[in-house]
Design a binder for this molecule. Structure first.
Ligand code: KIV
Length: 264
């Protein structure tokens, strides 16, 4: 894989050229290095790490300190991919100034190149404008936004009625106007994702949003078969959970039978 550093202007160029963007999540050094070496375009330190790496039921308990800690580890493993990090729940909702302080920590202390915020409320749009004006690129996220789980009531598909679809489209357009460099479209109908992708100049990156986005993202633990309950839209490319169990059982058996001796 030739060495290259992925930049935000390149993502915009790729949209024009029809070259699709690949994005995956990472939460530690080892995984980040594997993804980067495999040639992924964008690595997201997603707050889904709260569920896949920290064992929480939702993303809500994740703190900014935890995101900084994980992003620092991921940064050490990434050479080429563009590195984006989630702002966790309530680290950007109080005011644009709070968002600036939180995002600033991720850039200064962890070396990420952009941040992601969920939703398109007036508060998030104002925060997006301030961050972008301050030199902090922002990735938007509309559709199913897991930090709103208690308002949605579940992690079900969003945008199924004409009214909710219109609201998601309007949110995506507003985020583009506020200066977002791209937008995640999560768990919305494929036809809505296609409409949004056609209307926006900036790239859309889908997760459970059909094939017509400008790129795709997945939670890497789902892709690798490491999660017990992956979302219905997540394809599984490897069964590493089963492979790890088999390896550990073989090791335990060897130890019990005195077959395992690392020094001989
Ligand atoms: O937290 C996360 O991993 C995400 C992706 C699902 C886009 O936001």
């Amino acid at each position: 894989m030739p060495h290259r550093s992925v930049t935000i202007p390149q993502l915009h160029q790729w949209k024009g050229q029809g070259r699709l963007i690949t994005m995956l999540t990472a939460w530690d050094y080892l995984l980040a290095k594997l993804l980067d070496r495999a040639g992924i375009d964008v690595i997201l330190v997603g707050d889904s790490l709260g569920m896949v790496a920290l064992g929480y039921d939702t993303t809500l308990p994740v703190t900014l300190d935890q995101m900084v800690h994980h992003a620092q580890a991921v940064r050490r493993g990434v050479e080429s991919a563009l590195l984006v990090c989630d702002l966790p729940f309530l680290s950007y909702h109080a005011s644009p100034q709070q968002a600036l302080g939180s995002a600033g920590r991720l850039l200064k202390e962890a070396g990420v190149q952009a941040v992601k915020m969920e939703g398109a409320t007036p508060g998030v749009l104002a925060a997006t404008e301030l961050l972008v004006q301050s030199g902090i690129p922002v990735l938007g996220h509309v559709g199913l936004t897991p930090q709103m789980i208690h308002s949605f009531g579940s992690l079900r598909q969003q945008g199924k009625t004409p009214e909710t679809a219109e609201k998601i489209l309007a949110g995506a357009i507003a985020l583009e106007r506020a200066g977002a460099f791209g937008i995640i479209l999560e768990h919305i109908p494929a036809s809505l994702a296609q409409t949004i992708s056609q209307k926006l100049q900036i790239p859309t990156i889908g997760i459970g949003a059909g094939h017509d986005c400008d790129g795709q993202v997945l939670v890497t633990a789902d892709l690798l078969g490491l999660t017990t309950q992956p979302p219905p839209f997540a394809p599984i490319y490897a069964e590493l959970g089963g492979a790890i169990a088999t390896a550990v059982q073989a090791y335990c058996q060897d130890v019990q039978q005195r077959k395992f001796s690392p020094l001989t």
